[in-house]
Design a protein around this ligand. Structure first.
Ligand code: ADP
Ligand code: MG
Length: 365
């Protein structure tokens, strides 16, 4: 594995069992599953940012939770390369390493604890994610205490002050004394970002971090995330349902549909030259994006509704909604309706890192 690789997700699956009704149980109907994440693979290098984009229910949050060890992983691997000091702690816990990587899918809950310092999250809701009874100072000191960072209380308070300065909450002494309800939504999200970066993580997962904020402050929060990421050489997974935001948030982009990645590549290249019919539909749905992100969203030009993750269509899971299958039915039908396409280099011209899961654009076999 390459030296600068941080995270290597391979064929990750997260299935949730569906509760059976009593009649289903008595009829001995087999247990069914929500296939929230259904075999996805991607890599992230040190310092790199990747956006996960897709409609609601496509499995973005579940992917993030799996990497954080917050949901049981049903299959595949999530290999992560911790920093030196964390490697030591994990080895003491008896965790196995291969080439410097640990497989999060194989860790027990308790063994995840040292990794929580390294893999941090920023949630969508800046109101719900901060304890309302704690001052901002205490909220930011807590992760330092939990992970044993800083020798004395003075040292930690100094770190908290610097973290507040880094997210432009100035003067820090003033913000430290306040409670979350005394801050605006944007300021709260800055606190959540400060909390994520205070442990010097290798990876920050930001799950729709600007979706609940006023459009006028979205750009500055995105900029802040990217400034901190670059300054600390932190990698980021940025989750959003909004392609227009992805464009300003990340370097690479993965388009998700019903638990699968259907296209992945450089963000500008994918937006300028989308290949998968689903990506094309998402891009058409963005009407006049501009840097202030005051865009309007049109209806996504796809037939029908997103199917349920319990009853995933056979063959290519996008085929019931695909307009390109309709146009080319004769040549494509035997593939799209029967066989699942894998994420591969397209047969048409594209940059080297592009991959797409569509029978029209990958080699048919
Ligand atoms: N704990 C859970 N139990 C059962 N189903 C779940 C659970 N969490 C998520 N799901 C289902 O998994 C699918 C993916 O959800 P999610 O990852 O939240 O999507 P997204 O973040 O892209 O909107 C959805 O169909 C959702 O209903
Ligand atoms: Mg989500």
């Amino acid at each position: 594995m390459s030296k600068d690789l941080l995270l290597d997700v391979e064929n990750l699956k997260v299935y949730f069992p569906v509760r059976r009704s009593i009649s289903e149980f008595l009829a001995m109907k087999p247990r069914r599953f929500v296939r929230a994440v259904d075999g996805i693979s991607f890599k992230i290098r040190i310092g790199e940012s990747l956006c996960l984009v897709g409609e609601s229910g496509s499995g973005k949050t579940t992917t993030g939770k799996a990497i954080l060890g917050l949901v049981p992983i049903s299959g595949g691997s999530v290999k992560y390369r911790p920093k030196e000091e964390t490697v030591k702690v994990l080895r003491e816990e008896g965790v196995e390493f291969v080439d410097g990587f640990v497989d999060i899918a194989k860790l027990r809950f308790k063994q995840m604890k040292p990794l929580r310092k390294e893999i941090q999250i920023v949630f969508q809701d800046p109101y719900g994610s901060l304890n309302p009874r704690y001052t901002i100072g205490r909220i930011l000191e807590e992760p330092l205490i939990i992970h044993g960072i800083g020798e004395t209380s003075e040292e930690r308070i100094e770190m908290v002050a610097r973290a507040l300065e880094n997210v432009k909450l100035i003067p820090p002494e003033d913000f430290m004394e306040r409670y979350p309800h005394q801050l605006s939504g944007g300021q709260r999200q800055r606190v959540a970002i400060a909390r994520a970066f205070i442990t010097n993580p290798g990876l920050v997962i930001a799950d729709e971090p600007v979706s609940m904020l006023d459009v006028s402050i979205r750009a500055e929060i995105l900029e802040l995330l990217n400034t901190l990421r670059e300054k600390n050489n932190t990698s980021m997974i940025f989750i959003t349902h909004d392609l227009a935001i992805a464009r300003y948030a990340c370097e690479r982009i993965a388009i998700m549909y019903l638990g699968k990645i259907v296209e992945i590549g450089d963000v500008d290249m994918v937006i300028q030259n989308p290949i998968h019919p689903y990506t094309k539909a998402l891009i058409e749905a963005i009407f006049e994006p501009d840097p202030s992100m005051r865009h309007k969203i049109k209806e996504i030009p796809i037939k029908g509704e997103i199917p349920s993750a319990v009853n995933i269509p056979a063959g290519c899971r996008f085929h019931p909604r695909c307009v390109e299958l309709d146009q080319d039915r004769k040549t494509l039908e035997s593939y799209c309706l029967m066989k699942e396409p894998s994420l591969e280099k397209p047969i048409i011209d594209a940059e080297p890192e592009r991959a797409v899961a569509c029978w029209k654009y990958i080699e048919r076999r």
